[in-house]
Design a binder for this molecule. Structure first.
Ligand code: GRF
Length: 250
């Protein structure tokens, strides 16, 4: 798990789907040397219109597109899923099986690109696709050596899913905030690395509530990447035997 500080920089790929304010926060942290021994080697997206890609291009970082729609067309026209892909027993209908095979086909390209750039860590920063077991088995086969991070806009395990701020706001929570966690085969389920607890103000509009959350994300994500780069994240079995937990070594 330990990344050898000083021996070489951690090579990071970032996947994005939208505006890329978290990507920008990572760039800023590197520029200000708050995040050291880390190099962003490529930025990819499922969305060719993502402004995050422009941010990466401005920073002279190579970018790429993962075309999930094209992959689905290929599979629907009888194309083969990547070698090693298996349809889980839980998937019984043809439509779902095809969608999963198409995702794996797009992910095979991601694996190829990450191999080309010799990626050590994959950072999901507003990436709106769920990675399949096919991808996870290839990139992080050892559950005690995870190397995919995600930021979620809610205090997990509360409000998993795509719209954490809105869900928390609608629920009327008084405390909320982002979570950085490792990624596993569930949705927003894996070991928690860091969280920030924020208070909702009585006077808040939703925009103010969300804006405070986003600002906390921009602080939290670079800090968690730094913990990974410094080899300080130790993954251990939880006492309940059901989940793995992250211990932060001093
Ligand atoms: C963030 O709120 C992040 O937590 C969520 O999607 C949003 C992405 O924002 N997963 P950005 O693209 O980094 O600006």
């Amino acid at each position: 798990m330990k990344h050898q500080i000083g021996e070489k920089e951690l090579r990071v790929a970032v996947m994005v789907s939208g505006g890329g304010s978290n990507l920008d926060a990572i760039f800023q942290a590197i520029a200000k040397k708050k995040l050291t021994n880390v190099q962003i080697v490529c930025v990819g997206s499922d969305n060719p219109g993502a402004y995050a890609l422009t941010r990466a291009e401005n920073a002279k970082i190579p970018t790429f597109i993962l075309d999930y729609k094209e992959a689905l067309k290929i599979i629907r026209n009888g194309g083969e899923p990547p070698e090693g892909f298996k349809i889980p027993a839980s998937v019984v209908d043809q439509e779902s099986a095809q969608k999963l095979a198409a995702k794996a086909l797009a992910e095979a390209k991601l694996l190829e690109i990450m191999q080309k750039y010799k990626v050590d860590l994959l950072v999901l920063a507003g990436f709106m696709k769920i990675l399949t077991p096919y991808f996870l088995n290839h990139f992080q086969p050892d559950p005690f050596k995870p190397r995919i991070l995600n930021i979620h806009p809610a205090l997990l395990p509360a409000f998993p899913g795509t719209d954490g701020y809105k869900d928390a706001w609608d629920y009327g929570v008084k405390v909320y905030g982002p979570t950085v966690h490792f990624v596993d085969k569930g949705v927003d389920t894996c070991a928690i690395i860091g969280q920030v607890a924020l208070c909702r103000k009585e006077s808040d509009t939703f925009e103010e509530f969300k804006d405070r959350g986003l600002r906390a994300e921009w602080e939290l994500y670079p800090k968690c990447i730094r913990l990974f780069a410094d080899g300080r994240l130790i993954v251990e079995s939880g006492e309940d035997g059901k989940r793995n937990l992250v211990r932060i070594s001093p």
